[in-house]
Design a protein around this ligand. Structure first.
Ligand code: Z5A
Ligand code: MG
Length: 244
């Protein structure tokens, strides 16, 4: 004769189902905290030549990672792509390109990396970018016959940074950091026009940072600004650049 179990199998099934319901697998969880992924912040480093953008952007990535705020570093131009290769050749004076054409290539270099930017921010990782569309505009508009308004058009609609850290250093201080290199735009007169163009782009997302401070002091100031904006914008939608 088959052995009788003290508890019938249908009762066991009932108990399992009841427990499952209580744990919330088949209905709204009761004591499980749902955590929503907040978006990352988009932080851009801008400023004149040798103001310390690359130094500070790379440091900021590490500072934020260490503070438990996962952060990626990017830079424009990104010379690693095919378009970036053409830009690199142009900057090194290896090729000549019509001014509007090179402007659009700098812009295309940003658009081609848009999926990566969007994906990174959506998963909650911050991005620190060394130069962005603002560099695109101020350098191209420093050329003869290129208007600031025309130069803004090709980057219109890209994600608008939550914070632009503008590293401000006088021409005199920058000269102490060594002579200009051999790249195309590294000439004093041209850099003066670039500096003047930056003034026309500043808005309330910009912070003007005294970049004559030491590297470590500067990073302290920058870290504070970055943390403020990360907390402030995590639940906000990302606006589009130059779209009213
Ligand atoms: N460009 C464009 O036309 N259109 C576009 O859309 C874009 C760019 C995106 C290449 O850019 C060119 O492309 C650039 C604009 C144009 N043309 N110019 N001129 P890039 O970003 O590749 O340029 P770069 O070669 O990196 O130079 P830079 O960005 O101007 O330098 P920086 O990043 O601001 O500085 P750094 O490399 O961090 O530091 C420079 C030196 O100063 C170095 O020796 C440091 O050790 C020293 N340093 C840094 N911080 C300090 C402080 N606080 N005290 C003392 N010394 C310091
Ligand atoms: Mg740099």
């Amino acid at each position: 004769m088959a052995r009788q179990f003290p508890v019938r199998s249908s009762t066991v099934v009932k108990v399992i189902l009841q427990r499952t319901f209580r744990m919330g697998f088949t209905q709204e969880p009761q004591n499980v905290v749902t955590s929503k992924v907040c978006r990352g912040a988009l932080i851009v480093m801008e400023g004149c030549d040798r103001s310390g953008k690359t130094t500070q952007a790379k440091l900021l990535k590490k500072t934020l990672d260490d503070a438990g705020k996962p952060t990626d570093f990017m830079c424009f131009p990104d010379r690693s792509t095919q378009i970036g290769g053409i830009i690199n050749n142009y900057l090194k004076c290896g090729t000549e390109l019509e001014d509007h054409a090179i402007h659009l290539l700098f812009s295309a270099n940003r658009w081609e990396l848009l999926p990566k930017i969007k994906m990174t921010l959506a998963k909650g990782t911050n991005i620190v970018i060394d130069r962005y569309a603002f560099s695109g505009v101020v350098f191209s508009a420093a050329k003869e016959g290129m208007s600031l308004e025309w130069c803004k058009k090709s980057d219109t609609g890209l994600p608008k940074p939550d914070l632009v850290l503008y590293l401000d250093v006088s021409e005199k201080d920058v000269q102490k950091r060594g002579q200009f290199g051999a790249e195309r735009y590294e000439k004093e007169e041209f850099q003066k026009r670039v500096r003047a163009n930056y003034e026309l782009l500043k808005d309330d997302t910009w912070r003007i940072i005294d970049a004559s401070l030491s590297i470590d002091k500067l990073q302290e100031v920058i870290k504070e600004e970055a943390l403020k904006v990360i907390n402030k914008t995590k639940d906000e939608k990302i606006p589009e650049l130059w779209v009213e």
